[in-house]
Structures are given as C-alpha cells and as structure tokens.
Write a protein that binds this ligand. Structure first.
Ligand SMILES: [Zn+2]
Length: 193
C-alpha cells in the first residue's frame, strides 16, 4: 500500500483543488502522470490521454511512469545493468533516446489495488499497446530488436529507433519545441493547390 502516491481517480479530482494544471479534456490520468505529461510534446500528451480514456472505458487504468529524461538521467539509466547494479533497461545512451527530446513516455496498467502490473503478457498490456497504435503512437511492444512494452512515442518523420542528426539539429536550433514542431507543425497548413 503506497499511501503517499495518489493513484485513484477520486484523488485525481481532488488534485484540482491543489491547483495542479491539467488539460481541458483530461479526467483520467493521475497527478503524477499529468506532471510527467506536462513536460513532453503536448500532442503526445493529448494522445496518451486519449489512450487512457479509451482504456478506462474498458475498465483499465494506466499511469505514466517515465517522461522527459535529461541526458544525464539517460546516461545513468544506460549504466544500469552494465556498470551499476540492476537489469539492463535501455540500449540508449544520453541523447540517443526519444525520451531526451520529450517525444516518448512509458506507461503501465495499474492493478485494482493501485500497484503497477509489470507482467507485460497480461491482457491489459495488450489492450494498452493496441490503443497506443490506434491513437497514432509507436508502441515499443512492437519492436523486434528490443521489446519495450511500456514505451510509446510520437516521432513522425524521424527514425523510430533513435533521434538522428536532423532531429539533433532541430533541437540545437529550437530546443524541444523545435523538434516537436518538426514532427507535427504547430501552424495552419498552407494550401498547396
Ligand atoms: Zn521509453
């Protein structure tokens, strides 16, 4: 039992009184998930909320467990299972993960007691993966070389596997927003007749 961690929908509602910013259309994700979503590409965040909504209709609650990761945090994660204790969880060094560009989040279904269900063979995971694809996200569950079931990303024209030179150039010029705008431009489309 983790009393310190709000997990239920009732607590999400109560978080509004504490002033945690939420998007207009969201009622599903818990405050911790929302805090992580607030730092990634807003279009990715909106898609994750749609995914959570569709899953809630099936009786499945999901939470976001990882969002934007700094290069230093990514390096620490890469070291895990290699030079530090633990299991290898990523093949990406700092700057090589879409998490470093706010283009990826990791999600997991919750058990009814509020704990996280880490059994990726469970049907709730399959439902989550299916909904991710339905809302237009890439699901790491479908990767062959390194299956990454919690991982979803929105990377548009860029390579799925890792940020390339072009993505890095957009980042160097315009920061996170520069990369996000290159994926889904935040401007009205010019008619091209
Ligand atoms: Zn991930």
């Amino acid at each position: 039992m983790e009393r310190g961690r709000p997990q239920t929908r009732t607590e999400t509602t109560s978080s509004r009184r504490t002033g945690i910013r939420t998007a207009e259309n969201q009622t599903i994700m818990n405050p911790h998930s929302e805090a992580l979503l607030s730092k990634v590409n807003p279009i990715l965040a909106a898609k994750v909320r749609s995914m959570a909504e569709a899953l809630a209709a099936q009786g499945i609650t999901i939470i976001v467990v990882q969002g934007l990761r700094t290069v230093a945090e990514q390096d620490a994660l890469y070291a895990q299972g290699r030079t530090t204790p633990g299991k290898i969880v990523t093949n990406a060094k700092g700057g090589q993960s879409w998490h470093n560009f706010g283009c990826a989040v990791d999600c997991a279904p919750e058990n009814t007691d509020g704990s996280i269900d880490w059994n990726a063979n469970h049907p709730t995971w399959k439902a989550m993966e299916a909904e991710a694809v339905k809302v237009g996200l890439v699901s790491g569950a479908n990767w062959v070389r390194f299956v990454d079931a919690p991982h979803v990303q929105l990377t548009g024209k860029f390579p799925e596997g890792a940020p390339d030179t072009e993505a890095r150039e957009f980042y160097a010029k315009g920061g996170l927003q520069g990369v996000w705008d290159a994926i889904v431009p935040n401007v009205p489309e010019v008619e091209n007749v």
